[in-house]
Design a protein. Structure first.
Length: 365
């Protein structure tokens, strides 16, 4: 089952204690205070790891505890600060407190968020010397670390979310247009967890998410209900996959829109594309229904691939350019290359090894 919720406890490290110490040196009978400060306790930091796809990748650990800072030393030496504890989480993780308030939304690769701050180190007695008291014996302990209960919730990060009733052909369609390979079968709820696929078009790519089929009443928790409706909140574009062979094809579309609106009004306002699937079985009546309601559709067949190119182009047009990623060698940086000029005056890439060989040949000459 797709694990999209997890509760954890984080504890940052305690700050190191400041110490009380006095300078001791031959021929210096009245050395002043030289107690050092304690080191900072370690933070607990949540960091996005793109290698993680679900919260299950975090393992079974529930408690994440950072180390404490070291106490100060004599001769004004500051104690060593503890290393921060990095906790990897998948992209798209939302962090909430015990009351359900959102504390962080981790959506960018490598993004970090301090879940629990380490305690500050205590002060040594060197800080408490005054003209009236030049030999203070006062020092302060390090601050205690933070302790928090956090609730992690994962929402898929995709540009296009597929919406439809069970057995509408969503998984088969994803197989045809993307790199995703969801499980396919002719029984309800074949797809039990969201599957991401990458669609490549016109030199760039975007991500589609195959969301498990919905039932009427999903907004109230029926079927897989809330568990999967929330996954399409972040998608930019919706792809309604309608079983064109069904008698009530347009009614399916109307019910799906109402369920989305009931779950969250913003979902019903997202841009969408309608794929009227299973045209290989004959869907003339369904096409008439959508034309009567002035809804544009793309007629497709996940079985033989009819209409898939047109569908990919329509989705490519709907997804904002800023969200698309370049594909191919053009997107890779030539980190070990230097630039030169060819015979036509254009800049060309020349590897470092080639540059080095040229330099050595010049020296020999």
């Amino acid at each position: 089952m797709f694990l999209d919720e997890k509760s954890i406890e984080v504890r940052s490290g305690k700050g190191g204690d400041g110490i009380c110490s006095f300078h001791r040196e031959k021929f210096v009978p009245l050395g002043g205070p030289d107690g050092g400060d304690g080191g900072r306790g370690g933070h607990v930091i949540l960091q996005v790891n793109e290698q993680f796809s679900t919260l299950l990748d975090m393992g079974n650990a529930r408690l994440y505890k950072a180390q404490s800072g070291q106490p100060g030393g004599a001769k004004r030496c500051t104690g060593r600060s503890a290393e921060d504890l990095i906790v990897d989480v998948p992209r798209g993780t939302i962090v909430k407190d015990a009351e359900g308030r959102i504390l962080a939304d981790l959506t960018e690769p490598g993004q970090k968020w301090i879940a629990a701050r380490g305690g500050k180190g205590g002060m040594g007695n060197q800080h408490f010397a005054t003209p009236a008291n030049q030999a203070p014996r006062k020092c302060t302990p390090g601050e205690k670390g933070e302790k928090r209960e956090l609730f992690l919730e994962l929402k898929l990060m995709a540009d296009v979310g597929l919406v439809g009733f069970p057995n509408a052909g969503k998984s088969s369609l994803v197989n045809k247009i993307s790199s995703g390979r969801p499980k396919v079968g002719d029984y309800p709820f074949t797809t039990l967890e969201p599957v991401l696929g990458i669609v490549q078009m016109n030199g760039h790519s975007f991500v589609v998410a195959d969301i498990p089929g919905l039932l009427e009443g999903a907004s109230e928790g029926k079927g897989l209900g809330h568990q999967f409706l929330k996954h399409i909140e972040r998608t930019h574009t919706l792809l309604f996959v309608i079983d064109g062979f069904a008698e009530n094809a347009y009614e399916q579309f109307s019910v799906l829109k109402e369920e989305l609106k009931a779950f969250h009004p913003k979902l019903a306002k997202k841009p969408y594309v309608i794929a009227l699937n299973k045209c290989d079985l004959g869907i003339d009546e369904a096409i008439k229904q959508f034309k009567a309601h002035k809804e544009a559709v793309i007629v497709t067949s996940a079985m033989n691939g009819d209409g898939c190119k047109e569908l990919m182009q329509a989705l490519d047009d709907a997804v904002p350019h800023a969200q698309k990623k370049k594909v191919g060698w053009e997107s890779k940086k030539l980190s070990s290359a230097t630039t030169g000029i060819d015979g036509t005056g254009k800049k060309i890439a020349k590897s470092k090894s080639t540059s080095a060989k040229t330099a050595r040949s010049k020296k020999k000459a």
